[in-house]
Write a new protein. Structure first.
Length: 346
């Protein structure tokens, strides 16, 4: 189902996964920059609420479709951003085969669309391609330490395969493809039940529930605020010449899970305490991007510090939680995924 607005200006840009957490912020930024934006989303994990304000913009189109199905568009395209894939463990493990096919068949479909239109293509890859890394911090030339048969493999290996498709397309000369390896990102529009560490802790604190820390809590993560990430994606898409290599996008600040939990508790008036549970399989122990390449090629580095970004995110959740509870369909009780301290990217 499409809501089409036949107005042209700036570049014509397709954002697959545009109703998701990062995708909705990207759509908004691209519109603000004077572009015509087409959002393609199956709403499997994206939400129409994330783009409800954008649909009043005459330069915005929303199309409901799964990228695993062949994508056809009549109007010319200048750029395609591929952010289509569940990105948190409960979401991508709910249907692991579909997750894998979204990264492989879906990326293949979008690359063919890019070739047809001569559009520049950006693949939203992930720090998960590094697995539980034996190198720290992670540089782009590190090949990773991934369990290819474990419960996270549908996402990790799917994204690795998507990168292969992109670089083979680039080497063949068929598509001007770029790859961003996104590290943990947070901010408004995150789903309260998506299993990401920041949203888990904030929601638990706001509900006066215990903050669930898996393992000792000494495992580390880096946290990039969504506005910083979006700027990095746009810079990579428009970088000339094509870097020809993957580029890490994330905040190199490194925090333990316990440090994050304590910071959330300090910012939310709550009766919550911290509880520990067993560590999930293949949980990365240390995660921090080396962003030297992004600094050199894109003149990019994050600006929003964790404390500031958390304040913005907590304020959004305070407003979003009551609204989401009020609009929930009583005949379809919300699925309660196992909360995880493994924060993913999109």
């Amino acid at each position: 189902m499409a809501k089409r607005n036949k107005v042209n200006r700036g570049k014509v840009i397709l954002v697959a996964g545009g109703a998701g957490f990062v995708g909705s912020h990207l759509c908004s930024a691209l519109l603000d920059a004077g572009n015509r934006v087409i959002c393609l989303d199956s709403y499997l994990t994206g939400s129409p609420a994330n783009i409800s304000g954008l649909e009043r913009n005459p330069y915005f189109t929303a199309i409901e479709q799964d990228v695993c199905d062949e994508v056809e568009l009549d109007e010319p395209l200048d750029q395609i951003y591929n952010l289509a894939c569940p990105a948190s463990p409960p979401s991508y493990q709910a249907d692991p085969i579909h997750t894998m096919m979204t990264s492989v068949a879906g990326t293949g479909n979008l690359l063919r669309l890019a070739e047809k239109h001569g559009a520049t293509f950006l693949q939203a890859s992930t720090s998960e391609i590094y697995g539980d890394p034996e190198e720290h911090p992670q540089q782009e030339d590190y090949w990773g330490h991934v369990n290819c048969t474990g419960p996270r493999a549908c996402y990790d290996e799917g994204k690795r395969a998507a990168e292969t498709l992109c670089f083979d397309s680039l080497r063949s000369g068929s598509v001007d493809a770029r790859v961003a390896r996104i590290f943990n990102t947070y901010g408004p529009h995150m789903r309260p039940s998506d299993g990401r560490i920041v949203s888990n802790f904030i929601v638990q604190a706001l509900k006066n529930d215990p903050l669930t820390v898996y393992g000792t809590g000494e495992q580390t993560r880096s946290f990039c605020y969504v506005s910083d990430l979006v700027e990095g994606l746009i810079r990579l898409m428009n970088c000339e010449p094509n870097p020809g290599v993957p580029v890490n996008l994330g905040n190199p600040g490194e925090f333990t899970v316990i440090e994050l939990a304590e910071l959330v508790l300090s910012k939310v008036r709550t009766a919550s305490t911290i509880v520990h549970k067993p560590l999930p399989p293949d949980d990365p122990q240390r995660r921090r991007p080396d962003i030297s390449r992004a600094k050199t090629l894109l003149a990019w580095e994050p600006k929003v510090v964790l404390e500031e970004g958390l304040s913005h995110t907590i304020a959004w959740f305070k407003k979003a939680l009551p609204r989401q509870r009020a609009t929930r369909n009583p005949r379809r009780p919300a699925k309660q995924p196992q909360l995880s301290s493994i924060s993913q990217d999109l």
